[in-house]
Design a protein around this ligand. Sequence first.
Ligand code: URA
Length: 208
Amino acid sequence: MSVHIADHPLIKHKLGLMRVKDVTTKDFRDLASEVARLLTYEATKDLETQKKVIDGWAGPVEVQEIKGKKITIVPILRAGLGMLDGVLDMIPTAKVSVVGYYRNETTLQPVEYYVKMTSEMDKRIALILDPMLATGGTLLATIETLKRAGCQAIKGLFLVAAPEGLKRITEAHPDVEIYVASVDERLNDIGYILPGLGDAGDKIFGTK
Ligand code: URA
């Protein structure tokens, strides 16, 4: 399955707190990090492990370690940065690859203005971060950039998704695994998710 809707009471509770109209910047930021941590737990459940023997306190002991592919976290500027610390708390050795897009006001298409990827993208699992999967335009551009760099295993972590954006991504890239805390009702006429969270970037950074 490529869309995983996190069905966890802690995630539901925390997302509910994020939806409160007058949520403070600090609370919104803290909650975004906490939900990101929980989504990371969900998104890494299928990582393979292998056995190894280490020197334990009472002699040799067989333990498990994560096998094979290493992870790169891919926050989409700027709002994706609000989930980065939470994911790094869970995977502290992950490399971070950052991407940024602006919207061409004539074509309304995302235009890449910043890409800085780590090495060996073809050998890594990419975890894309963006609080909101709205129209899916930026996510589509990010997936295409990652695939052009050789990335073969891509997952995306989102706080809230719109059905329209989810459909667009799953049709174009059925191989990409999506982890989301909630699929909301719809997009409004300016591309905001309803009921959604409002402008997640502004709420994380305290701008507006
Ligand atoms: N970006 C946001 O921050 N919020 C939305 O609802 C959609 C896109």
